[in-house]
Ligand binder design. Structure first.
Ligand code: F6R
Length: 354
């Protein structure tokens, strides 16, 4: 946390700043537990993975979907809890792994859909920040993300902890050693958060924006989604996230010279797949900023265009870092508009849906 961030938005700023320590704690204290859960899951040899979550945790679940499909070569899908909670569906879930992700472990639809999934034959895992939650109690297996109590309404440290926990979980299920680069994440995160000036400068561009688009592909698509959510809930601007591919299938038409666009471009295949998207955005004259460790970002910086370069890590790990400056961006935009990002209007810390 920087000096002067103890007033409005002080909680969110403190929790953003805690993330290097949270990642470090998970790597020190959580790895053995996660490896144990992964072994039990692997022994069941699931044929399909269903993931459930809401809001920020839904974005962590989306990240896990890419991990499962790419690294485990298993089909995966995001659950629509209403099929079970509203429509009473009871699908045959034998040989299915059902993973519910929730910092609080408290939303009734997640608790109920996990219970239904368990009764329908799925192996159930809860990934939460609350081991005494109803979700953790209802699941056969539990992963504690150990982020410490999160008080600001806008989830930050629980998101990156969920991402890392899911990365470790699915590396274990794949019976692969985690990339040794995970050990560097806490220091890389600390370095990134220490360099706040470019983010503050970017935030000043968006102070009066009323709409914005975020976009990415692959593992970083959840980053685009989560950045848009953070901006919407703290700064009240209309932020829409699109996969880079989907953006070209229609929404590109609404992009003009005054439309701010944040494109997340990591190093790796997902980042390379963004090259034609960035090209089309340039052609449209969008007010474009690229964020990430990809070549595109370096090239833009070199040519004096707006960019937030990030450290290069394996693409699957990059979402843990990418979101940090974007959380800070949402914080800055909110505070500069006179909003309190700790207490967004109309929201409470635990949202109950059915
Ligand atoms: C966003 C936010 C909410 C929660 C959502 C799910 O910053 O905090 O969108 O992520 O209500 O909450 P949990 O993870 O407790 O199930």
């Amino acid at each position: 946390m920087n000096a002067g961030e103890t007033g409005r938005g002080g909680q969110m700023a403190a929790e953003i700043a805690e993330q290097p320590a949270v990642l470090d704690r998970l790597l020190r204290d959580g790895v053995a537990e996660i490896a144990g859960v992964a072994r039990l899951v692997a022994a069941r040899r699931p044929r399909f993975v269903l993931l459930a979550g809401r809001g920020t945790s839904d974005h962590a679940a989306l990240y896990a979907k890419y991990l499962v499909e790419v690294r485990l070569a298993l089909p995966a899908g995001l659950v629509s809890p209403s099929t079970m909670t509203v429509y009473g569906a009871r699908p045959d879930l034998r040989d299915v792994l059902f993973v519910a992700v929730s910092q609080s472990g408290g939303s009734p639809d997640l608790v109920d859909s996990l219970a239904s999934a368990r009764s329908c034959g799925a192996t159930t895992v809860a990934v939460t920040n609350n081991p005494s939650s109803a979700l953790a109690a209802g699941a056969e297996l539990h992963v504690d993300v150990r982020a410490g109590t999160e008080r600001a309404v806008a989830a930050t440290k629980t998101y990156t902890a969920e991402l890392l926990a899911l990365y470790l979980l699915f590396a274990g299920v794949a019976e692969a050693a985690p990339d040794p680069a995970v050990a560097a994440l806490p220091d890389l995160a600390a370095g990134l958060l220490a360099d706040d000036a470019p983010v503050a400068e970017l935030a000043s561009r968006y102070r009066f924006a009323d709409r914005l688009v975020t976009t990415a592909r692959g593992y970083s698509y959840p980053t685009a989604r989560e950045a848009a959510l953070k901006l919407m809930e703290t700064s009240y601007l209309s932020a829409q996230a699109f996969s880079g591919a989907d953006l070209l299938h229609g929404p590109l038409a609404m992009v003009d010279e005054v439309m701010p666009v944040v494109a997340v471009v990591p190093a790796g295949r997902g980042g390379r797949a963004m090259a034609p998207v960035v090209e089309r955005l340039r052609e449209r004259g969008a007010d474009l900023v690229v964020v990430g460790g990809g070549d595109e970002v370096g090239a833009r910086t070199a040519s004096g265009e707006a960019a937030l370069p990030l450290p290069r890590v394996a693409e699957e790990l990059s979402p843990v870092l990418e979101i940090l400056p974007l959380q800070r961006l949402a914080w800055h935009v909110a505070v500069s508009r006179g909003a309190d990002p700790d207490r967004p209007r109309a929201l409470s810390k635990v949202t109950e849906t059915w």
